[in-house]
Design a protein around this ligand. Structure first.
Ligand SMILES: [Zn+2]
Length: 293
């Protein structure tokens, strides 16, 4: 699933191309995309409006269509926006025909991506208030904040990082990378790190996400840039998807385990396994691993 760096990469690429362009027609090829709003109704709400700007919150893209009307899109597993794509485009679910003969296509082989129209700035704030916590690059993410968000949490620190309601935008890749950089085992109890570890983790979350941004995101599950090119962060993973390879810090073999229901990569020497791991597993299950979307 695209995480903050991948979604932000798309936003940065699309933003200059889309800003100020009028949507002449919206062709909804898959009604499930905008469900429960019917395809024809969605088109009526969108057509004729101008894309003022393209924003992002967590893993959501926000099309600001002026007059406090917003189209809020989530790419989920395999969603992608392609701008002026050449040739045949597979798995199209929606096509925005833009002024000047340009086209923005939403492609999505697995069809989990969503689009919702939200009217009013206040409604937009409410929409995200129940879904997303702090933005990693907003200046709010520091050790003290992380510590207070995690206080009393009995789940694993990995489940806590995947829960979008605490810190928004982190998924499986960047959780593994941030925990490795901070030398924290993914099964540690979220509410029980030392203050210095929250400080470090707040920093390594931002470092891991920034490294992803610098590489144009990671290409897994067919993530592509808006121009059809691919990100390269998968070549720079320190531990994620590196089972059996040497730890870049100590040379010990990188392991794969399952935490919070997700394949999780770590170095057992750099990230010592805590006691009470079984309890953590039960707590993760009880919390359904939080809201990972
Ligand atoms: Zn190591």
């Amino acid at each position: 699933m695209p995480e903050l760096p991948e979604v932000e990469t798309i936003r940065r690429q699309l933003s200059p191309a889309l800003a100020g362009k009028r949507i002449e027609r919206l062709e909804v090829l898959d009604p499930k995309w905008g469900s429960p709003i019917a395809a024809a109704e969605l088109a009526l709400l969108i057509e004729g409006r101008t894309i003022e700007q393209l924003g992002r919150r967590g893993k959501y893209l926000i099309f600001d269509l002026g007059n406090e009307v917003f189209l809020v899109c989530h790419l989920r597993m395999t969603g992608n926006f392609l701008y002026d794509a050449a040739g045949d485009v597979a798995y199209q679910r929606a096509v925005f025909e833009l002024e000047g003969g340009h086209a923005l296509r939403f492609t999505d082989p697995r069809r989990f991506g969503t689009a919702e129209v939200v009217a009013g700035g206040e409604a937009l704030d409410e929409y995200f208030a129940g879904r997303l916590g702090i933005e990693p690059f907003s200046g709010e993410l520091d050790g003290a904040t992380l510590r207070s968000l995690a206080a009393d949490k009995k789940t694993s620190i990995k489940a806590f990082l995947l829960d979008q309601r605490a810190v928004a935008g982190i998924g499986n890749i960047y959780a593994d990378e941030a925990l490795f950089r901070a030398e924290v085992h993914p099964m540690r109890q979220a509410g029980r790190l030392r203050p210095a570890q929250y400080e470090l983790l707040a920093a390594t979350i931002q470092q891991a996400l920034q490294a992803g941004l610098d590489a144009g995101g990671a290409t897994i599950d067919d993530f592509r840039h808006a121009d059809g090119l691919y990100g390269s962060f998968q070549d720079e993973f320190l531990v994620h998807r590196r089972a059996g390879e040497p730890c870049p810090r100590c040379g010990n073999e990188v392991e794969k385990i399952v935490v919070a229901g997700r394949g999780t990569y770590l170095c057992a020497r750099c990230q010592p396994r805590p006691r009470g791991a079984l309890k953590r597993r039960a707590a993760d299950r009880a919390s359904h691993s939080g809201r990972q979307q």
